[in-house]
Write a protein that binds this ligand. Sequence first.
Ligand code: IPE
Ligand code: IPE
Ligand code: MG
Length: 252
Amino acid sequence: MVMSPSKKEIQIPPGSDLPKHVAIIMDGNGRWAKKRFMPRIAGHKAGVKSARMAVKVCAENNITALTLFAFSSENWNRPRKEVDLLMDLFINSLREEAKSINDNNIRMQIIGDRTAFSEKLQSRIAEVESLTENNTGMTLSIAANYGGRWDIVQAVQQLVADGVKAEDIDQTLIEKYLTLSHLPAPDLFIRTGGEHRISNFLLWQIAYTEQYFTDTLWPDFSEEHFIQAFCDYAGRQRRFGKTGEQVESEHA
Ligand code: IPE
Ligand code: IPE
Ligand code: MG
């Protein structure tokens, strides 16, 4: 039997370089439920607990931003019943988690095209965003009806609407119009559930993000697994196109 790492065994070494912004594709809920002969929604409910853990671990480690992929623009293609149950779970989770998020000084925002959501869900989103908007701690972004391609298209639409001239467009300007523009780019991207793909999550923003893939299904992803991901990140050398020797001399 493969044992999960225990908290005692895995600790973030003091002085480790931690990511400022962590982005996660929380995948594997359905398979987690299937293994237990449970309905898929039971896996999504178990996934909410892991999301709560992720928020706690990141807040405790003074991470600036955590972005969680909750529902992709392609997830509408799932059976109607699952989509409806996911929307209900989203509404209920926002209500249940709002207080503790606010008490922990976390600012919460939803990124994605919210116009497709029910009025009830849209007003719940607006409530939690306004409740937490002046908080100064971690920024928690929930990507819902989000797609990386949608993000780029909405940025271009706004640029055009603002009458920006073609010759004034550069990467910095495009970045300003993308979601998450007020945050540093993700340093660490985690995908649970064994698939090695981006599934139209953040595209532009993860150009230089460190990628971490694990077979662990999201509901099984524990604090210890998270710390293991941080340790893996801390051991990497980010070169941004430079040579390893250049980076070493900069840190010397
Ligand atoms: C991720 O888990 C959650 C959502 C996409 C909403 P999945 O539901 O994709 O789980 P698997 O991939 O079927 O196991
Ligand atoms: C990506 O997972 C979306 C979320 C986790 C919300 P999917 O399970 O939908 O991705 P694919 O379809 O396997 O690529
Ligand atoms: Mg999946």
